[in-house]
Structure formats: structure tokens, C-alpha cells
Write a protein that binds this ligand. Sequence first.
Ligand code: MSP
Length: 678
Amino acid sequence: MPDRFYVTTPIYYINAAPHIGTAYTTIAADVFTRYHRVRGQAGYFLTGTDEHGLKIERVAKERGVPVRTFAAEMSEPFRTMWPKLDCHYDYFVRTTDADHEKRVSEIWERIKKSGDLYLGSYEGWYCVGCEGYYTEKELEPGGICPIHKTPAERIREQTYFFKLAKYQDRLLELYERRPSFVQPSSRLNEVKSFVRSGLEDLSVSRTTFSWGVPVPNDPAHVMYVWFDALFSYLTPMLATPERRAFWPASVHLMGKDILRFHGVYWPAFLWAAGMSDDELPRSIFAHGFLTVNGQKMSKSRGNTVNPLALAEAFGTDMLRYYLMRAIAFGQDGDFNIADLIGRYNADLGNALGNLCNRVLKQTDTVSGGKFPEKGELEDLERALYGELASGERAAAEAFEAMQPHRALEAIWQVVGAANQYIDRAAPWAAQKRGDTKRAGTILATALETLGAISTMVWPVIPKSADAMRAQIGLLPIEVGAADQWPQRDGEGFTFRGVSRRAGEPLGVAVPIFPRIDPDREKQLMAEFGPLPEDESAAAAGQGKDSAAMSAPEAKSASKGSSEGAVAAPTTITYDDFAKLDLKVGVVVRAERVQGKDKLLSLAVDVGEPEPRSIVAGLALSFKPEELVGTRVIVVVNLEPRKFGKGLVSQGMLLAAGPSEALSMVTVSEKAAPGTKVK
Ligand code: MSP
């Protein structure tokens, strides 16, 4: 095993807040770093934000905020979110860091000198969301970007090209010689066939916007965001000899969406920058994509999950455990809240938590809460140690192969074996018949096994692992130069770091994973569970005649009044009014909702990176196309309301009149989207 491990996550775009998808990659990166650290290796974990590009420039301009200030604001949630999920990165790179910009400019110059960059011109269909060009064939009918579902723009510009085509054969040779460069292996085939189908030179500068790293000696151009961003895996590592020692990266982790950039462009860029094959990253690993409760995640659907809210509800460890256990790393998977609750109760509560609890309780009875004396081993102990030996081996191999789900499976096999061992060895029976020595041997064996388990689970559930360790009388895991993995010593029954001395004090047994009871489960399902299938939208648009509210609000309002639960106050205080966050919006899309003749589904730009999705009872008064471009007033801080069939309304529009003759409340064109109404 090499003595250093350097892992990266993608450098995330700042146009969306961190969500469960980006948390997934980041948690995986943290888990692998911890695994290598507990093995005594030096680990380095880099993440960061990708802040350049037209999209950010536009949104900042619309908001009237200097783009640098805007980028800093949007990057911050990433920097602060990951440690809250116990992901402790060593370096947070921002593509707007002066040091990165300086180094990437030097690299550009070096590549330019080598002849791999040349000036030409390019015309094509550009999607601002993707920050990339599409061929006509790749676009959907009507010139729509297949990812963002927005029209691509025709752009013609002078551009620097990178001589990618010249690297085609060298790339194919690389994949042959080092098949582990792209993982999992199924992804290697994808990359190979893309390269085999023929590479064209790549446009790597833009003149249509200025928010990027200026091209040295040609300031009309800024570097293509991917050129700039990929090098952010390298630039911070060049800054000190300590960091430099971590290059080349052991693995770049990412989702399958950006495999091509890493598997094809990145090695070519590095070669062009003068690196040898040995200086290329050891591997890139593309994991699958997550859906949420069976649905594709999207802001307009309103089903992006805030990882912090989940961590608050379930604990960071549960979130980490679930993501690493339930989804085979490398394959697509579903983040399913019912499954999460089920696994929490079964794997953590019943299996591991119970094992801990019963062993500690018994030890209390048998040896007064001290580590018991271990006597002669019988077959049952030998069998358990055998399970531990194969478990630690399998788990280590799986972690090294970046298969955390397999590692956890192997560890839980040991947990299961230990629970069975206690059932069979029955220390309570030995104690009852007065054989304290035998009872002590059983409990000592179980406690040693628990110690080994606590080390093995630490990379994934560090807090619980340390809590477990405190209860069984061990210090928290401290990583350093020593390998702490509970590796078996030869063929015997001793394992690294698990032997204990009789009489050592143990801690106090407290349930580490308290059960989620049915009431709490109901609450959690309501909060994080799937959107209800069509909550009958009958009330849509029939709410108060005085205001065309989005249908769900209409529904809740009419429900409230029919129940007569709250008497409407005749006046409100200014503070009450100030709670409303009203903003100017522009309708950018409007369409009918199938099967709901009073409803329209709108996308409204309220000055945020992406338009809001709003469902409103407007269809009796407006044709969808009439509304596009209209300035509206939006209540933006209303709780999102699910509307069935994946529709979620993220705000309410103001209008006056009865539902079949509504007038929109509007403002003059001088007010930009996002302007506060007060
Ligand atoms: N800025 C580029 C990356 C540049 S790297 C030099 C980018 N950023 S991104 O914010 O769009 O991040 C994409 C990554 O987020 C994916 O590759 C993956 O790691 C993670 N995910 C985003 N959505 C995801 C899912 N639904 N499921 C799993 N991972 C997801 O691309």
C-alpha cells in the first residue's frame, strides 16, 4: 500500500446549494480518507467550488451584486456544510482564489509554448447551464438542452483550441496499460468508446463573458471553466512541498455525469502541461446518480434534500451509513427515506446497538463493569475469531477497491456473527451455573470483537464508533503513523489493537442508536418521504376570490376557513407584515397542468440562480403564453406545498378578482427580478 492517499471531490458549481447528491460524493471522499488514515497512511482530502462562468456572471448582474461578492456568498454554504456532516477536508479550493488563478495562468502559458493551444473560431449551440456546447443532434427538438430543458444559444466566438485530437492514441494506450485508471471498469468502456469514436480539438477559451481566468496576453479571452476547474485539483498542491508530496492524486471521485471531462480531457491537459504518465492521477472513480424517493432530484420538483436537515433528524452517522451502505458505489441508487429508517432500526439499532448493549450489561453482572479475564478458548470463540479474520480482510479489500457498501456488508457479517455467538455461548447461563470464568471468556471475546468492529466502522460512522469505544473502555480513534486496522496476526486468535487486560475499566452502557418509534417514523416520513400522489387539487384556484394564490395555498386557506379554527384578526402589526418576503418575479415559462383545468404551472425568475416553480389557479383567466414575460409579485417565503404528481409550488403570486377574471398584480419593467416589494 502506498503511504499517501490524496482524494478529491468535484469542485462544485455554486449555482445550487449543497444537496444530497453533492453530499454523497463528499461523504465518500471523507470515508476513504478516514479509512486510509486509520491504516496509518497520510491522507489529504480536497474539495471546493467552481465559481467562474457565464451563469454566475449573469445572476450576479441581475441582482446588481459584484460578481466576486456573489461568488463568495454562494461558495460559503459548501465550505461550512461539509464539516457539519463530519467531512473534514484538508483544503477547500475556490477557482477564484488568487493563487489558483496565478498558477493556472502559468500552466496555460506552458501549454501555449508547447504548441498545444492555438487560436481559431467556433460556432455552436451553447447551454449556459452546462457551460458547454452541444451539436444539433444532441439537443432536443426546438434546440432545447437535454439536461436543463432550456433553449441553447447560438454562439460564435474566436477561441483558443486545445489539441485534444493529437492525444487520442496516447489515451487509448493509457486505458490499455492502466485499466484501473477509470473505475468502475464498466465506465472504462464508456470512456474508451468515446475516445475511439474520434476526438476533436477542444475549445478552451470564451470571449462572450468575462467572469473567468483571463487568458495570459489575450485579455479578451477567459479560460473555459473546465480547463480552469480541473487544474484546481493540482494548483493548491503545488504551493508547499508537503502538499506536493501528495501528487499524483490517488483518486478523483465524481458522479458519472462528468466522467468524460476527467477520463479524457484531464489526462490530456496534464500531459500537455508536461506531466509524465507516472504523474497522472492513479484513478478516477465515477459513482452513480441518486434519485430521491424514486424521483429525479430537481429544484423545480422541490425534492432536493438538504443534507443538514437529514443529519439533524437522523444524526450525521445515519446519513453517512445509509449512503455508503444502501447504494452500491458505482451504480445508480435511490435515496429512500423508508429504507433509511428501516436500515437504521435494523442495522444500527438492532444489530450493532443491541450487541453493544447486551455485552456491556452482561459484563456488568459478571465482572462489575471491568474487562473480564479471558480463559481457554472453545470452538465457539475460535469460530467467531475466524469470522472476524475473514471480515476484516474482506472489509479492507472492499475499502481499498472503493466499495464501501461491500466493506460495510463484511463488517455487518461480523456483527451478525457476534450476536449469534452471544446467543449460542450464552454467558448468562454460564454465570447462572456459577462458571464465572467461562462467562468472562465469552464476554472478553465479544468485547474484543466489538473493539475491532469500532475501528472498522470508524471511517463511515466516526461519532458512533467513538461512542462505542468509550462504552467498551477504549480511547477514541486518533489517526497517526500506525496502522490500527484490526488485522489478524498470522493464523492465531490475536488481532491488531484488540487485546485487552483483565480489570481494565469499561464505560457506561447507553443506547447509541435509540429506536425510531412509529410516531417519530410518521413524522419523518411526512418531512422527508415521497411527495403524496395527487392531493386532490379540487380547490385549485377556487380560493379566496380576492387573490389568485397558488393552488396549494388556496387549498390550505379554504381548509383553514372551513374548519373555522382561527378567527381572522382585523388588523395585523407591522411586524406581521414584515414577515412576508415579497419579490418581483418574471414568468419565464407557463404551461397547463394535465387533468387540472384551473391550474397553471409556472417557472418564475425571482432573481435566484434558477427560476422557481409555482403552481397557481390562473388557468380560467389566462392562457399560459400570455403570462410569459409578465412581471409578477411573488410571496417567496411561503412554505413549499406539495401538489401531487411531483408538482411543488414554491411561492404564491398576487392577483385580484374572481378566478375567472383575474388581474395580475404587476410592476413596471424598471424593477429587476428579485427586487424586494415593501
Ligand atoms: N463544477 C463541475 C465539476 C468540476 S470538477 C473539476 C460540476 N459541478 S457540480 O456541482 O455540477 O457537481 C457535479 C457532481 O455533484 C457530480 O459529479 C456528483 O459528484 C455530484 N452530484 C450531483 N447530483 C448528484 C446526484 N443526483 N447523485 C449523485 N451525485 C450527484 O460538475
